[in-house]
Design a protein around this ligand. Structure first.
Ligand code: MN
Length: 227
């Protein structure tokens, strides 16, 4: 008989192309990693050190249909390359960072932009504008052993067939090795961690019925509809 006094949470998993499941431990997200998005958010496009926030692991979802957010009046999409950590470590040098990557996917950092704006203004945490239920759609993970370590490739997001975000992962202010190096100075990375690496310009609102399709060239796709 279990010693747990309430039911233990199930492990969130993401399917891996070719078989197997990636068990999600933590979800880290990079803020403003593309200069054009930093500008559209009223920020500084220069190469400031990256900053991070988190979502709970059970915010990660592969559901084809997601509930329309009941809270936000400005519920926005952010298309992002996602890094899946395979080997943990602290203070990982950028030159060795890719050895810690299991694979890659693409996902959406769903954001309650109105609440985020209010939190920023009040100097309050972003958690409830970023880390809510179903806030981290993701596609299938592709192992680095199969696709390598993509440093370039288009990242596009369309809503109902119209392209809203179109960037290239080569435009990241801090590329994947630098993101891992920075983040591993702040926390000890562990197998199962996911890193959403930031979004290019063109973020915008979603409403009920919208079909969102995100494609990162050579990596993966993520598709969902708000119901
Ligand atoms: Mn983001």
């Amino acid at each position: 008989m279990s010693e747990f006094v309430v039911p233990a949470a199930p492990v969130t998993t993401v399917p891996v192309a070719g078989g197997g499941k990636f068990p999600v431990r933590r979800v880290f997200c990079v803020g403003r990693n593309y200069a054009d998005h930093a500008l559209e958010m009223g920020g500084d496009p220069t190469r400031e050190p990256p900053f991070f926030f988190s979502k709970p692991s059970d915010a990660v979802t592969l559901a084809a249909q997601l509930p329309t957010d009941p809270i936000s009046k400005k519920f926005e999409h952010e298309a992002e390359l996602v890094v899946a950590i395979g080997k943990g470590g602290s203070n990982i040098p950028a030159a060795q960072a890719l050895e810690h990557v299991y694979g890659y996917s693409v996902g959406c950092d769903l954001t309650r932009r109105d609440m985020q704006g209010e939190a920023k203004k009040a100097g309050r945490p972003w958690d409830m504008s970023k880390g809510f239920d179903n806030s981290a759609p993701i596609g299938e993970i592709k192992p680095a052993s199969a696709i390598g370590h993509p440093a370039k490739g288009t990242l596009t997001l369309s809503v109902n067939g119209t392209i809203k975000q179109s960037g290239d992962i080569s435009q990241m202010t801090w590329p994947v090795p630098d993101v891992i190096a920075f983040l591993s100075t702040l926390v000890a990375l562990a197998p199962g961690d996911l890193i959403y690496t930031g979004t290019p310009a063109g973020v915008g609102p979603l409403v009920k019925g919208d079909k969102v399709e995100i494609v990162c060239e050579g990596v993966s796709t993520c598709v969902f509809t708000l119901i």
